[in-house]
Structure formats: C-alpha cells, structure tokens
Design a binder for this molecule. Structure first.
Ligand code: NAG
Ligand code: NAG
Length: 311
C-alpha cells in the first residue's frame, strides 16, 4: 500500500516534473526557433545596411570585370552595342567595328615577356620622365616625357640609345603587337590583315606625383575615337600589378548604369572598340608605379604606321 501510495505520489510528482520539463522544452524550442530566424534576418539587415552605406558613401557603383588575382585561361568578352561614331568615318569592311565591346585576356602575352617589357619601360622612362607623375615613351616617334615637355629619344640620345634598347627588344614588341592584333581580330570577327598599327602607341609609367601639365592628366573620362580619330581598336598591355606594385590606377569603363573596372595584372591584355560605347578613364595612382603599353589599331591604311625600329 505504502508502495502503492508512494507510487501514486511519485507518479503525480513525476508527472508534474514531466510537465515542467515539457514546458521548458517547448519554451527552449520556441526560443531556438526564434534564434534560427532572427540571426539570418539580422545578417540580412546588416548586409543591407552595409551595402546601402557603401553605395551612398562611395560616389560610384563599381563592378569588377576582372580582378588582379584572377588568371584568365581564355579571353573574357563583354559585348556592347556599337555607337554611331564609326558612321562618321569611311567604312573598311572586315575591320570597321560592327561588333563592339571589351575583352580581357591573360594568355596573349606571357609573364616573362611582360617582365622583359617592364624592364624596357623602366629603363626607357628612367632616361627622363615627367615632373607630373605620368611619363610616356613612344617607341615609334621617339617621344619621351622630360620635365614639363617631351624630347625625341632617338635625336637626344643618338647612338647611346642602343645601350638601352636592342633589336631583340623591338622584335619582342612587334611579336606582342602581332598577337594582340590576332586576339582582337578573333574576338570581333575581323580580318586581321585589314587592321593596322596606328599612333600613338607608347609605354606609360604613372606614379602618384601631382600633375604639372595637362599631359599628366590621364584620369579624365574620354573616348579614344574622339581623342584620336584614327583609332578603331585600343589595347592595353599591363606590365605591373594593381594592389601589389601600385594602388589606384584601375581601368574604368563608364557605362550609364555602372562603372566597370579592369584590374591591371602583369601580362594582362585588355582591348576594346574605340568609340563612345567605351567611355573610360584610369583612376589616379595613389602609390607605386603603374606600367603599361598602349597599342592602338586603325582600319584606315592612311593612318597605318610601321612597327617601331631602331634608327
Ligand atoms: C562612375 O565614376 C564616376 C567618377 O568616379 C562618377 O562620377 C559616376 O557617377 C560613376 N557612375 C556610376 C553610374 O556610378
Ligand atoms: C614619379 O616619376 C617622376 C619621373 O620619373 C619622378 O621625377 C618622381 O619623383 C616620381 N614620383 C614619385 C612619387 O615617385
């Protein structure tokens, strides 16, 4: 009996305890259910807030087309509608842009070639250089930035120039130029024999010194075909790395919807049709030196130039 009574007592006690436990479990379940939902909502709100602050407090919307850290194993192509610009000029079938856009490739030029060309750029530009942070050396015309103006390296340094540049260097430049031309032809469906090298085509070295003349103001948005009527395709071969060799200096395509950047990487080639569908600018370099080569092409044989060569 005692046992039975105790049993009953125990039973009623234990059921009371069980109820408590069940209630506790239910509360815990309810609160963990809330936690499970609250945390993702909080994260969502926080991300939303951060991106809102990002878009509000940075003046432009930036989309990275290709980052420095990526190594493209094939060309990355972005097509855009061609502007009307080409209609103002004579049309050369097989060359005049009918398909427009931008592309980036890391397989046209090897890193080794880029390093050689970079040494060439460094040596050439070290002969003088602009006071204002943006120095150029045009191997074709011989124009080299010096202080607030330009000199002709071939005339200024005469035979000494052969201590700086060799036939082999010029051969490398020609090979690279030929491969870039093929890549452009392939991407835009052109006959590469109808494309010609045009001027200016130059090495550039940009550092953070402030501009002294308008020649140093490389960061203004511009359209290559407006600046140089002869241009139909523009290409850039980067010789140094964004974020490693220099800060700032990203290439920016400025579309009405957003700005799209290409981050320089040694050996990376970026090319695009030169009309107003490709309005662009280069960000100001904040530290280090940004080396690149601009190689431009025309469809008009009247504006063709030969590969640069030692005089
Ligand atoms: C692109 O960048 C420029 C210059 O930084 C800025 O003025 C412009 O508003 C940006 N465009 C967009 C769509 O954010
Ligand atoms: C930038 O380059 C020019 C020309 O080579 C040089 O005179 C100047 O000192 C450099 N500026 C910086 C900040 O390195």
């Amino acid at each position: 009996m005692t046992v039975h009574r105790r049993g009953i007592t125990k039973n009623s006690e234990s059921s009371a305890i069980e109820k408590k436990i069940k209630r506790g479990n239910a509360q815990r379940q309810a609160s963990s259910w809330k936690d499970n939902v609250t945390i993702p909502i909080m994260i969502l709100l926080a991300t939303g807030l951060v991106s809102w602050m990002y878009y509000t407090w940075t003046d432009d919307r930036i989309q990275t087309l290709v980052s420095r850290g990526e190594l493209l194993t094939q060309a990355r192509v972005f097509t855009v509608d061609c502007s009307e610009d080409y209609k103002k000029y004579k049309v050369f079938p097989g060359c005049t842009p009918t398909k427009c856009g931008r592309a980036v490739s890391d397989i046209v030029v090897t890193l080794e070639e880029a390093q050689k060309l970079r040494r060439l750029a460094e040596q050439g530009l070290s002969l003088a250089g602009s006071d204002g942070g943006a120095s150029i050396l045009d191997l074709h015309s011989g124009a080299l930035s010096m202080g607030k103006q330009f000199v002709n390296v071939y005339r200024y340094f005469k035979d000494q120039i052969r201590d700086v540049f060799t036939e082999e260097d010029f051969q490398l430049y020609s090979d690279v130029r030929g491969r870039i031309q093929m890549a452009i032809a392939e991407t835009f469906g052109l006959d590469s024999s109808q494309m010609y090298l045009t001027k200016p085509t130059f090495f550039s070295g940009i550092n953070s010194s402030s501009a002294k003349t308008t020649h140093d103001e490389y960061w203004h948005p511009h359209i290559d075909k407006e600046t140089y009527g002869s241009f139909d395709y523009t290409s850039l071969l980067y010789l140094s790395d964004y974020g490693v060799d220099f800060g700032g200096g990203r290439f920016v395509f400025m579309d009405s919807s957003s700005n799209k950047t290409v981050e320089p990487r040694a050996g990376r080639v970026s090319f695009f049709s030169s009309g107003s569908e490709n309005l662009h600018h280069v960000e100001k370099v904040t530290w280090g030196t940004r080396f690149a080569i601009t190689v431009s092409f025309t469809c008009d044989p009247d504006y063709a130039i030969d590969n640069p060569s030692l005089p």
